[in-house]
Design a protein around this ligand. Structure first.
Ligand code: MG
Length: 363
């Protein structure tokens, strides 16, 4: 496919409710969107980098720079046939996976439209609906959290994940578990603990958690493997899995029993599928975590499998992504990503815009 234009935009979206993790509080999202035009088709990609380089070394600003100056020019000067050709096109650029995924996922979207099939089908998806969990941030008080849990369960979410950190863990789990003994409950520490906290983490086993996500360092497998030996609760790795090789190493070392696959963190659909397959072959379940994405990123997450967050005030795609009272999201079967982009709204929310052309780049 010939790349006719790559248009990069930054949008500002306020969250309906602030979201607090062990990194801090997010109130507004700076969303970078890539619109790629090719032979009459338009594909969209969304960057999942945070405003600050806290979750990963990438940020909104670094991704913008890398796309404008490195990845955009490389893509504009190439003729990919498939979304899966992108890792090769971007191979000289190290890391910067969230920036890479922004463009790669737009090419997958175009490919699905060209083939006249849904993105889900192009990826090899087999489900018509996906079960959907919700991730709840750290709250000011436990009673406030209890209210939120109640609301999300009533909305149909089937799995509740609680962000945790030292001082916001055991007591919280005790309260939630005693009120809702039967719900699927897990927690995510985003690397808030050290191995010296192992005795404390062992106490988490009392709450029948589905998983404890990334308790230790963001780049570690070894200490997680030592911790997993002491825990009944399965460890799920998120931050430390950047690609298929990481997944294989973590599985082999028994550092985790579950893997959270995030499209941006692994660099796009190609690597996400590779991680998925590697885990599946070794009987390690995976799930797809959200990153406070807007509609395009969520449409892509849905195509990959699941949606986690549902916190943005006004979304930029239609139909609105709806969670049923059974906590499921129906998978669209229209060609491409399955959700139309509200271009007028996108323009209105845009705070900066840059068009990347092949001609500017080659010289
Ligand atoms: Mg996580």
């Amino acid at each position: 496919m010939k790349i006719d234009a790559i248009i990069l935009r930054e949008l500002h979206l306020p969250l309906v409710r602030p979201f607090e993790t062990s990194f801090g509080v997010t109130r507004n999202r700076r969303i970078v969107l890539a619109e790629v035009r090719s032979e009459g088709l338009t594909g969209w990609g969304e960057c999942t980098a945070g405003e600050h380089p806290y979750f990963s070394p990438e940020s909104t600003e670094s991704a913008w720079q890398v796309i404008v100056h490195e990845l955009g020019p490389l893509l504009a000067a190439s003729t990919p046939e498939h979304g899966g050709d992108c890792p090769k096109i971007f191979r000289l650029v190290r890391g910067n996976r969230m920036a890479k995924a922004t463009l790669e996922n737009a090419i997958w979207d175009i490919e699905a439209q060209r083939e006249g099939i849904s993105l889900s089908r192009l990826l090899g998806g087999v489900r018509d609906t996906i079960a959907c969990g919700v991730s709840l941030g750290i709250h000011a008080t436990i009673p406030e959290l209890m209210e939120t849990v109640e609301r999300e369960l009533a909305a149909g979410y089937q799995r509740i994940k609680l962000k945790c950190k030292p001082g916001w863990d055991i007591e919280v789990f005790e309260k939630v578990r005693s009120r809702w003994p039967g719900i699927m409950l897990s927690c995510d520490a985003n690397s808030a603990y050290k191995l010296r906290d192992a005795d404390h983490l062992v106490e988490f086993d009392a709450f029948d958690l589905l998983m404890i996500e990334q308790p230790l360092w963001h780049d570690d497998f070894y200490y997680h493997s030592m911790l997993q030996k002491r825990l009944e609760t399965p460890i799920c790795l998120d931050e430390s899995i950047r690609n298929r090789r990481d997944a294989l190493a973590a599985i082999e070392m028994e550092s985790c029993k579950i893997i959270n696959i995030k499209l941006g963190r692994v660099g796009g659909f190609s690597e996400a599928i590779a991680v998925h397959n590697a885990a599946q072959e070794r009987a390690i379940p995976v799930w797809c975590g959200g990153m406070l994405e807007a509609g395009i990123g969520r449409a892509h997450n849905i195509a990959l499998s699941t949606l986690e967050n549902f916190t943005l005030h006004e979304d930029i795609v239609e139909p609105e992504i709806a969670v049923s009272s059974a906590g499921e999201i129906a998978i669209p079967d229209t060609p491409g990503r399955g959700y139309e982009v509200k271009t007028e709204l996108v323009e209105r929310l845009t705070v900066r815009k840059e068009e990347i052309r092949a001609l500017e780049l080659v010289g």
